[in-house]
Design a binder for this molecule. Structure first.
Ligand SMILES: C[S@@+](CC[C@H](N)C(=O)[O-])C[C@H]1O[C@@H](n2cnc3c(N)ncnc32)[C@H](O)[C@@H]1O
Length: 506
């Protein structure tokens, strides 16, 4: 496993992981097994669909990375790399590490790398978790490259799009569900991902790097694009809007929002983005990203203000003018990003999510106080854990609607990406707790998870970590949680992501 740089002591993610940071947990691969057990014990809708355990096909219209053998890494070079990794010179032993996915959804004709630790954990328990097949197969493959053509007046992207379609259409092509043709993904069969871009096509890599520097292109995952795209689609972000990005670094959503709010030169309707992050160093890299975006200084940098607050206590603006739109992309366990970040899974434990839940809720509550009447907060995480997602949204709505229905969840704007598969939010889930106390330190013991379907049952079992807000709240908003959106990795060959749009109506 590559070494991860030490992060600051006040990093909520590292403190949430502190109990599971033990070398044993990491070395034993406990995280892979706990992840499987956790999601394998969730109801349909959390990471799987009704048809996942059957031989059914979901409505997929997006390009898939469903390559043929050569494309999926059976080239001589790929075989050589695998042989090296497996410490074997035998082609047949390398070949046994590539097995065909058995599911018939989007992953059907794709191959999975059986040497991936997640696949190994899955194969050892596949009878128990057969319904997770599509989900696990998708997660064990590298994430296709996704690019967003940026839109602003000072950067002409037509030359770039022509070059991409003329010379690189075998590597990247626009996704079918984006009518604006601004989202590009690895072309089906190309097997292109961020790790092999330079190797597969040094020319394309240099174009991508140059275009990122001159502001015409952003390397951004599909999930990460959804908050700003959806805020624009519900008309909460438009030219001239005042937007707060509460947890902004490294800045992909700040830049995306800026493109929209500064998109006219009429000084009277000039918009502004407040980019906030609690970590000064991360805020510095965000500042650099805005400067490096290649957009003229007075057009962009004069319209962005950097602030360095804990978002959960972000101050009210002195002008008393609240925000038109708030991007609330909170710190999270990141288990939707495991296709591009190999560090997440070995350390995985439900404790991380359970501990982050409190901070996430506080940040969302603050966002709901800072949004103006008619404005919209977009709450998002790159985790599929309901504790970080629907549980936070449900608890925030309960608290803020205690004196009347001032806030409501908005439906996903269906016109935004026609044909794009999003899954509705869930209103039932199991809350899991990790017990490592009776751990036998042998190879097969990874500690156990206990699941509770209500706060009362967890209290009865004396689970100290249990908080009432972990469970769905039936009082006033449970019925609307289906308005939230879940992005499943197996649907469009992406990472996992969660988005909820909350409008202030009073
Ligand atoms: C998921 S990342 C945000 C990604 C960013 N929105 C983007 O699209 O590039 C979460 C960010 O929250 C920041 N953060 C963590 N705790 C925070 C807090 N209490 N207040 C504000 N920011 C916080 C982290 O430093 C991190 O940069």
């Amino acid at each position: 496993m590559p070494k991860r740089k030490k992060s600051g002591s006040n990093n909520p993610l590292s403190s949430a992981r502190k109990d599971v940071g033990g070398l044993w947990h990491r070395k034993s691969g406990a995280g892979y097994h706990l992840f499987l057990s956790y999601y394998g014990n969730q109801p349909i809708g959390v990471v799987t669909t009704e048809g996942d355990s059957h031989q059914s096909k979901s409505a997929i219209t997006a390009p898939q990375c469903d390559g043929n053998k050569a494309a999926m890494g059976n080239s001589r070079a790929a075989k050589k790399r695998r042989r090296k990794k497996n410490g074997s010179n035998s082609a047949s032993s390398a070949d046994t590490n590539v097995i065909a996915a058995t599911s018939t959804t989007s992953s059907s004709s794709q191959e999975v790398d059986a040497s991936h630790p997640l696949m190994q954990a899955f194969n050892s328990d596949s009878n128990k978790y057969a319904h997770l097949t599509n989900f696990i197969h998708a997660l064990s493959r590298p994430l296709p490259l996704t690019l967003r053509i940026r839109k602003h007046e000072s950067a002409d992207s037509s030359e770039l799009t022509q070059t991409l379609s003329r010379n690189f259409s075998n590597f990247v092509s626009p996704v079918a569900y984006d009518p604006t043709k601004q989202i590009y993904q690895s072309t089906p069969g190309s097997n292109l991902c961020k790790f092999n871009l330079g190797h597969q096509s040094p020319e394309l890599k240099s174009i991508v790097v140059d275009a990122s520097m001159n502001g015409t292109l952003a390397r951004q995952e599909l999930g990460s694009m959804l908050p700003v795209l959806s805020l624009e689609a519900v008309d909460a972000i438009r030219k001239g809007s005042k937007v707060l990005d509460m947890c902004a670094s490294p800045g992909s959503k700040t830049l995306q929002a800026l493109e929209i709010v500064v998109s006219n030169s009429d000084t009277k309707t000039r918009g502004r983005v407040i980019a906030n992050d609690v970590h000064p160093k991360r805020l510095d890299s965000l500042r650099d990203a805005v400067h490096r975006s290649g957009v003229p200084a007075e057009e962009l940098t004069n319209r962005v203000t950097y602030t360095n607050f804990d978002a959960s206590v972000f101050p009210f603006p002195k002008s008393k003018k609240l925000f038109d739109a708030i991007i609330c992309d909170v710190p999270c366990s990141g288990d939707g990003t495991i296709r591009k970040d190999p560090h997440i899974l070995p350390m995985w434990s439900p404790r991380t999510s359970n501990e982050l839940h409190g901070l996430q809720l506080k940040i969302l509550l603050r966002a709901m106080e800072l949004i103006k009447k008619g404005g919209v907060v977009c709450y998002s995480t790159c985790s599929l854990n309901p504790i970080e997602d629907e549980a936070v949204v449900s608890a925030a709505l309960r608290e803020m609607n205690a004196d009347g229905n001032s806030y409501q969840l908005l439906d996903w704007p269906e016109d935004l990406l026609p044909g794009f598969t999003r899954r509705p939010g869930v209103d039932a889930w199991n809350v899991g707790f990790y017990d490592a106390n009776n751990l036998e330190k042998d190879d097969d013991d990874f500690g156990s998870l206990s699941f509770y379907d209500s706060y009362d049952s967890a209290v009865e079992a004396e689970v100290e970590e249990a908080k009432e807000s972990f469970w769905p709240n039936s009082a006033n908003n449970k019925h609307s949680l289906h308005c939230c959106s879940r992005l499943f990795p197996q649907d469009q060959d992406t990472g996992g992501f969660f988005v909820a749009l909350i409008k202030r109506i009073k």
